[in-house]
Design a binder for this molecule. Structure first.
Ligand code: ACO
Length: 322
């Protein structure tokens, strides 16, 4: 019997505090109209001083566990995608395991920038398909506001905080149809955030903050996401018309529109959350997926294409029958 991983629960969390474009315009030389026209973003959420990637992950994960009606002790594997972990170590996955009381899980983090949750989904799917795990929790959780240089108008307008979760369970019914992940370190200098603890004399002035050559990243992202759409459809012998929903990484509305165009999809079939959330990095596709499940847009039997692109560069997709 072929074994699949199926989505059995989803969850999400956004911190309460909102930071609008107008507020940012008071501290850097920008405007609400520039940000909205170039990115599609109007506001983003900012985590409170007492919040962390693990604390936000816990809220999203508990929702997913509750939706699945499962006991945390039945989880075999926890994978947390984050670029803003609570500690260098232990992993945010281990902290989350303790918070959830998921005693029987093995836990670790995946770091693939904005593509992190797609990478985590891919690993989770391999574990379930191979029979090595039955129930896997995948979480993306990010406090981007703490690694953003709030004096850099090229990056501070883009990012926000939040967490999303998916619980996967083994099934003989089709669920995750395929995952595709890639990386190319040749582009490592276009988008990076040096670790302050490992900073050297030469890079300590920029350590801890996101640095991005936005326009160059933009061009590669549009082309690469177009290619991953083709790769995913070909691998499944599917046509564009077979996709019910596109759940893209929420970096820039213009990148999302270009991918939807490539799929010949109406924007009504695209889940867009970035207007009031910004780019929550590895959390974004999971937050968007959860929102569309909870508001009833995504229904059982629908085919959903998730895709993401981020620093590395890294990029990937997951085709899921919900
Ligand atoms: N307000 C006003 N003007 C600005 C701002 C701002 N916030 N930011 C830049 N500008 C100016 C620039 O200085 C430039 O001015 P100049 O022409 O006088 O030199 C002009 O606007 C155009 O700048 P571009 O960088 O070419 O603007 P662009 O249209 O490319 O938009 C943006 C910038 C929004 C950053 C876009 O390039 C983008 O979204 N890039 C992709 C981001 C992404 O996908 N990242 C990957 C995921 S993130 C991760 O992995 C962590």
């Amino acid at each position: 019997m072929i074994r699949f991983s199926r989505v059995i629960g989803t969850g999400g969390y956004l911190p309460e505090k909102v930071r609008t474009n107008e507020e940012i315009s008071q501290t850097v030389d920008t405007s609400d109209s520039w940000i909205y026209e170039r990115t599609g973003i109007k506001s983003r959420r900012i985590a409170g001083a007492d919040e962390s990637a693990a604390s936000m992950a816990e809220i999203a994960a508990r929702q997913a566990i509750e939706a699945a009606g499962c006991d945390p002790e039945t989880i075999d594997l926890i994978i947390v995608a984050t670029g803003t972990p609570d500690h260098v170590y232990p992993s945010t996955g281990c902290i989350l395991q303790q918070l959830l009381g998921a005693k029987n899980a093995v836990s670790f983090d995946v770091q693939a920038a904005c593509s992190g949750s797609i990478f985590a989904l891919s690993i989770a799917d391999q574990y379930i398909k191979s029979g090595a795990a039955k129930t896997v929790l995948v979480v993306g959780s990010e406090i981007c506001s703490r690694i953003v240089d709030w004096t850099d108008r090229g990056t501070c307008i883009l990012f926000g905080d939040g967490a999303g979760a998916i619980l996967l369970g083994a099934s003989d019914e089709a669920g995750v149809l395929s995952t595709h992940i890639h990386s190319d370190g040749e582009y490592k200098d276009l988008l990076y955030c040096p670790n302050p603890q490992a900073a050297t004399e030469t890079n300590k002035h920029e350590a801890g903050f996101i640095s991005m050559r936005g326009n160059e990243v933009f061009k590669v992202a549009v082309n690469t996401l177009g290619r991953i759409v083709d790769e995913t459809l070909e691998a499944n012998n599917m046509d564009k018309s077979n996709i019910d929903w596109l759940v893209p990484h929420q970096a820039n509305i213009r990148i999302i529109v270009a991918t939807a165009k490539k799929l010949k999809m109406s924007m009504d079939q695209v889940v867009v959350t970035l207007e009031h959330q910004g780019n929550t990095s590895s959390a974004s596709v999971l937050i968007a997926f959860n929102e569309a499940v909870r508001d009833g847009r995504i229904q059982r039997g629908h085919v959903i294409l998730l895709e993401a692109f981020g620093a590395g560069f890294t990029w990937g997709s997951a085709l899921i029958k919900y």
